[in-house]
Design a protein around this ligand. Structure first.
Ligand SMILES: Nc1ncnc2c1ncn2[C@@H]1O[C@H](COP(=O)(O)OP(=O)(O)OP(=O)(O)O)[C@@H](O)[C@H]1O
Ligand SMILES: [Mg+2]
Length: 371
């Protein structure tokens, strides 16, 4: 089957693989000034933190949303560091029962920062306990069962909750409303990724020239985690090839070898586009047919390849199936026949790529033709 083992995850996957987890701590910027990009979020957050310092109180609760690998965990750690406060880390999936949350909350110290990753995956009863804790710094601990159960109120010290989610749209309104500040992280520009790479290369003691940074940044899909991962692969390549100074030629040779192309597409992405164009004349073609043509499960094509292809405007999802856009033909070095161009739906680009737009629905509501 196509169940992906962690060590076979695509090089351009957004989610962390075990190697990322092992090395990321060392590459994380430790304060807001070192955090690259996300200007708006950074400015707003620094205001929130500054105000709370001036008032001498713990900062408002902060919600961070956005796709994997853009810096949510990094920012949570920065918040604690900037507030000079201890940090407690847990996650939605780890909190199965209200009691799990009660245990964490009741052991918090004054001003502590509680980071709840994947907060949209918390259980319902825990979520309800969290509402009260966030608002009134108080929880009711239920003792006993049935009619004899009693609620023992417990005061909590003031704390700052930092929640992170890749699916803000899945958060219930009452929870979202209890955050004083919500920061939505956006994909990074190539220039910003170059800065991320420069910093990482320095920490990794690598010698890389500007053109090589640009080369790697361009293939990193707007995502610092992917940029850092590609940088490590380039380092491996350079080590084996005895290149001490890494230039653009070395960077592109290395990444070509790993089959990550100039736009950050990998082999699966390219084979989806190639099949769509060469076998179906650009579509429209149903997802399951397309998946058979590339020898993958429909789910793999839909969840692994499509989001980025849609985001890059190379693939469109229409009510009649998937289509390759002019950008896809161009990327593969092919000329789009005029008849195909004329048949392209006009409203294709009014559609947002789904999954990460915060609404949790996006294109799916109108364009999943095969159910
Ligand atoms: N703005 C940034 N500047 C520099 N490095 C960054 C930045 N954002 C992220 N990184 C790097 O990318 C890596 C991944 O970031 P992080 O773990 O914070 O992402 P995340 O949003 O929490 O992802 P996930 O949703 O998978 O938990 C970090 O180790 C860090 O080195
Ligand atoms: Mg994280």
């Amino acid at each position: 089957m196509t169940d992906q083992q962690p060590d076979e995850a695509p090089l351009v996957a957004q989610a962390a693989d075990p190697e990322d987890r092992a090395v990321e701590a060392a590459l994380r910027p430790k304060n807001l000034d070192d955090f690259v990009g996300q200007k708006r979020v950074r400015r707003q957050l620094s205001l929130v933190l500054e105000a709370s310092r001036l008032r001498g109180r713990s900062a408002d609760h902060v919600l961070l949303s956005g796709p994997p690998g853009l810096g949510k965990t990094t920012l949570a750690m920065i918040i604690a560091a900037e507030m000079n406060a201890p940090l407690r880390i847990s996650s939605g999936p780890a909190i199965q029962h209200a009691g799990d949350l009660a245990a964490i909350l009741s052991s918090l110290t004054d001003g502590e920062v509680l980071f709840l990753d994947e907060i949209h995956r918390m259980s319902r009863p825990a979520e309800e306990m969290l509402y009260m804790a966030m608002e009134d710094f108080r929880v009711d601990i239920i003792v006993g069962k049935g009619p004899g159960a009693t609620a023992i109120p417990l005061e909590l010290p003031p704390f700052t909750l930092v929640g992170a989610t890749t699916r803000a749209g899945l958060l219930p309104g009452p929870l979202r409303d209890r955050f004083g500040f919500t920061g939505h992280l956006e994909f990074y520009s190539t220039d910003e990724l170059e800065l991320v790479l420069r910093r990482s290369a320095m920490l990794m003691d690598m010698s890389v020239n500007s053109a090589a940074f640009a080369e790697i940044a361009g293939r990193s899909r707007g995502t610092p985690r992917i940029a850092n991962r590609l940088l490590r692969r380039v380092r491996d390549w350079a080590l084996v090839h005895g290149s001490e100074q890494i230039d653009a030629r070395a960077a592109s040779a290395a990444l070509d070898m790993y089959e990550v192309d100039a736009r950050g597409l990998d082999r699966l992405d390219r084979s989806v586009l190639t099949a769509l164009i060469t076998k179906f004349n650009g579509g429209p073609v149903g997802l399951s047919t397309l998946a058979i043509a590339v020898g993958e499960e429909p789910e793999t094509v839909e969840t692994v390849a499509e989001p980025y292809l849609v985001r890059e405007g190379m693939l469109g999802r229409t009510p009649r199936g998937r289509i390759a856009t002019a950008a896809a033909w161009k990327h593969l070095g092919l000329a789009m026949p005029p008849t195909v161009a004329a048949a392209m739906p006009e409203d294709l680009f009014s559609v947002t790529p789904d999954g990460f737009d915060g609404s949790g629905s996006g294109v799916d509501s109108w364009s999943r033709p095969e159910g």
